[in-house]
Unconditional design. Structure first.
Length: 235
């Protein structure tokens, strides 16, 4: 590809992670959880580095994507700190929990203040409970990406994120199985994977979100080709 163009669009991500409820530094009586390990499929000594993990503010009822975007813009001015918030769902114990996924906070003490501003803006949080489990996480979020090669997109906000367009949609249970087979076929490559869908002008693009420090386009293409090859055995 000769010309690279930045693309602003919307899409979704589905992944599975271990979560645990927070009891301190949150609004009293509310339900807040954090992920225990970032990108569990990627093998590294320090999963978070110097950053906090993702925080999930569990809600009484779902919120629309556009409503959250408007509220977040207002809240950020009052909060006077940058953060990233997107609409999501946590699925565990055979129940769906609507949530706001928050990242880029500097410390845990900021959680309660952020909740205060969201509460003042009309957000109502679910009642607190203790939990430590594995959850399926579904997020609806904006993307700021660049197509660096055919069917390969690079995230311009999270530079370790890549999106590999694939030929078929993969439900989560099947995706887990296929991902393990792909990793068995590519033992030399270290990456975490999630399912993704991206809206483009010409239609919806099913993709695999890859978290990796790898920047070699040929190796990323190899991951994509292997997903397509393995998927054909099941779809």
């Amino acid at each position: 590809m000769n010309e690279k163009v930045a693309i602003e669009t919307f899409g979704n991500i589905t992944k599975e992670e271990n979560i645990v409820s927070l009891e301190n530094n949150i609004r009293k009586g509310t339900f807040v959880v954090e992920q225990l390990e970032a990108y569990p499929g990627y093998h590294h000594a320090d999963p978070f580095g110097t950053e906090m993990g993702h925080i999930f503010l569990i809600l009484e009822s779902p919120i629309e994507v556009m409503d959250l975007m408007r509220l977040s813009k207002k809240v950020e001015k009052l909060f006077e700190k940058k953060f990233d918030a997107v609409v999501g769902q946590l699925i565990f114990d055979n129940k769906i929990y609507p949530c706001i996924r928050v990242k880029n906070l500097k410390n845990y003490q900021q959680i309660e203040e952020l909740q205060m501003w969201f509460f003042d803006a009309g957000i109502r949080f679910a009642k607190g409970r203790k939990v430590k489990t594995t959850a399926l996480i579904k997020l609806k979020k904006p993307f700021y990406i660049e197509e660096v090669a055919e069917n390969i997109y690079h995230d311009l906000n999270d530079l370790k994120h890549w999106y590999l367009a694939v030929e078929n949609e993969m439900p989560w249970t099947l995706f887990k199985k296929i991902t393990q087979l792909v990793k068995n076929n590519l033992p030399e490559l270290n990456f975490d994977a999630a399912t993704t869908g991206i809206y483009r002008k010409y239609g919806f693009v099913d993709a695999v979100r890859i978290y990796t420090t790898e920047t070699d386009i040929e190796k990323l293409q190899k991951i994509r080709d292997t997903y397509n090859m393995v998927c054909k055995k099941f779809v």
